[in-house]
Write a protein that binds this ligand. Structure first.
Ligand SMILES: [Zn+2]
Length: 570
């Protein structure tokens, strides 16, 4: 873990990754990323700020740390002497530099830790400074960006340093309640008390390429377990695979990524702050954009529709994100240990308006389908979706879901990890989500896995999509002599768009190009975009409480319809 300390005064420095001798000016131009091997050298807080914020926009916060040595700690050197040496060595007063700045013109408060200062350790002063930075963000109603680099809590301050984890977390919680974006950027290394608090309890967690993050350091884990650690343990890519960070971003792309996040969060703000309480509800029975439902007359066999809905060429969620939306920034992970490839989501724009898009992801080739588990989400996938829905609501962004799944993952692992409860929690969360939700069944709407994304203010359905409580094969296996009766089951289940529109399960049918979406994916994307736009726009001005009330009524009416209208439906 010993890093080569950057020696500013020298003309040359040796890369910690490949040991190449590099001309410092060249290295500096390359943001201190080795041009030979790509290793990201550690940055001090002032250099980091220079790379991230708009030129000359940084204003340090006025707070200065009190001199604290709360427990008169002495090891081989008194703590006070260590502090003095750290100050002299870095030119900083503490292990964090806090201030206001703009990034791409968007205002933010930043707290940037500096590993050179006593290992970036979290003491009372650091905790206080970051807390004040968070409070400043709250006062200014701007996002907070934390750049972490720390070995953990500062031992020299005993249990009081441990308390800082709670102090700063409380400040993060206040920002969360206020709907203000918090982002942490994990840089190498981020460990211990910092990792287990504000480095990971923010809205979005970005890991810089090559950064390592963990609760316990590798040396401790090796000692405790007596085992060798796998290659790449606790590195950024490991964290991404295990669902603990939203993205891994190379240093040269970091600023751009932060600007995109700030832009999205800022756009959500005015609605949140300005939504009046007495706006008349939008008439809900009359879609502003009445689509193909007028002529469902073309009688196609539902089994043929099932096969169209499953067609390998049918556009996937990522296809639509590419074609019907702009500026997709994918967010990964459930923060608990998994990143489900069958569920994708993140920030995107529609007509320049930021929103959260979440959907099932299948694929076009067998390899893709296998890698995405055929669009069957795991509990981690449902928990990722839940995390993103809640994030959208906090930031005042509408949610668009794209549903295309044969069903939720029915595997053993999924059961062990609570698949049923994960789906249940999503359904519950969607019923009360205080932001507009538009769901589009784009392909297969299979059972509870589909509904986990489809409790929405408006439910749209592509013309040749299907939506059903069970697959025709599954239904046939249970109610018919065998699975070969799937075509009959498909007819009986009333799973086509016109059927579901008649039943009121679906509000609008989105027309597909002839013969179906896979024949002209661009036209399909355009139709989807138009339909989402037309259905979303009227929802944007509806106060959240009204939205939630209307959404509950929407789903309440199905029970009522069945009781009072038993003969009418069939
Ligand atoms: Zn190198």
């Amino acid at each position: 873990m010993t890093a080569t300390a950057p020696r500013e005064e020298q003309l040359w420095s040796r890369c910690a990754g490949c040991a190449t001798l590099l001309y410092r000016k060249r290295l500096r131009r390359n943001l201190d990323v080795c041009p030979e091997c790509g290793v990201h050298a550690r940055l001090g807080a002032p250099d980091r700020l220079r790379q991230l914020v708009d030129p000359n926009s940084f204003r340090p916060l006025p707070d200065s740390p009190a001199d604290v040595d709360p427990i008169d700690f002495v090891d081989v050197v008194p703590y006070a002497h260590r502090l003095t040496a750290a100050r002299a060595g870095t030119g900083l007063t503490e292990a964090v530099l806090c201030g206001t700045a703009t990034l791409g013109g968007h205002p933010a408060v930043l707290a940037v830790m500096d590993f050179r200062f006593l290992g970036g350790s979290l003491g009372c002063a650091v905790g206080e400074l970051i807390t004040r930075a968070a409070e400043r963000a709250l006062d200014d109603r701007v996002p907070l960006i934390l750049v972490t680099a720390s070995g953990g809590a500062r031992m020299q301050e005993g249990a009081l340093s441990l308390m800082q984890m709670a102090t700063v977390s409380q400040a993060i919680a206040a920002l969360r309640e206020a709907g203000l974006l918090t982002v942490s950027v994990l840089t190498d290394p981020t460990y211990g008390g910092v990792a287990a608090s504000f480095a990971t309890n923010t809205d979005v967690v970005i890991a810089e390429s090559g950064a390592r993050m963990g609760f316990a350091g590798p040396r401790v884990i090796r000692q405790v377990t007596g085992r060798a650690l796998p290659d790449g343990f606790q590195t950024a890519d490991f964290l991404l695979r295990h669902g603990q960070v939203d993205m891994v971003v190379p240093r040269r792309a970091l600023r751009g990524r932060l600007v995109a996040l700030l832009a999205a969060a800022r756009a959500g703000q005015p609605r949140r702050a300005g939504a009046p309480a007495h706006r008349p509800p939008v008439p809900r029975q009359q879609p502003p954009h009445a689509a193909a439902d007028a002529t469902p007359a073309e009688v196609t066999d539902p089994w043929a529709t099932v096969r169209l809905a499953r067609h390998a060429g049918r556009p996937t969620t990522l296809d639509y994100l590419e074609s019907a939306f702009d500026g997709f920034v994918e967010l990964h992970g459930d923060r608990l240990g998994g990143d489900c490839p069958a569920m994708v989501g993140g920030l995107a724009r529609l007509d320049g308006r930021p929103l959260m898009v979440i959907g099932h992801q299948k694929g076009h080739s067998t390899a893709e389908l296998v890698a995405r588990n055929f669009g069957m989400a795991s509990p981690a996938g449902h928990r990722k979706a839940l995390r993103l829905m809640r994030l959208a609501a906090r930031l005042g962004l509408p949610v668009v879901t794209l549903v295309d799944t044969p069903g939720a993952d029915p595997g053993i692992g999924a059961e062990e990890q609570g698949q049923a409860a994960a789906i249940a929690e999503n359904i519950l969360a969607l019923t009360v989500l205080p932001t507009p939700v538009v769901a589009v069944i784009t392909g297969e709407g299979g059972s509870g896995g589909a509904l986990a994304l489809a409790v929405a203010d408006r439910v749209l359905m592509l013309q040749h999509a299907v939506y059903s409580v069970i697959s025709p094969e599954g239904c046939a296996a249970i109610l018919w002599p065998d699975r070969s009766a799937a075509p009959q089951a498909a007819r009986a289940l009333r799973l086509t768009a016109p059927d579901l529109h008649r039943l009121g399960v679906v509000d609008e049918i989105v027309p597909e190009p002839a013969a179906a979406a896979h024949d002209d994916p661009d036209a399909a994307a355009e139709a989807l975009r138009e339909a989402v736009r037309a259905n979303l726009l009227p929802l944007l001005d509806v106060p959240p409480a009204t939205l939630v009330r209307d959404r509950r009524q929407r789903f309440r009416r199905f029970g009522a319809a069945r009781a009072g209208n038993r003969s009418g439906v069939r």
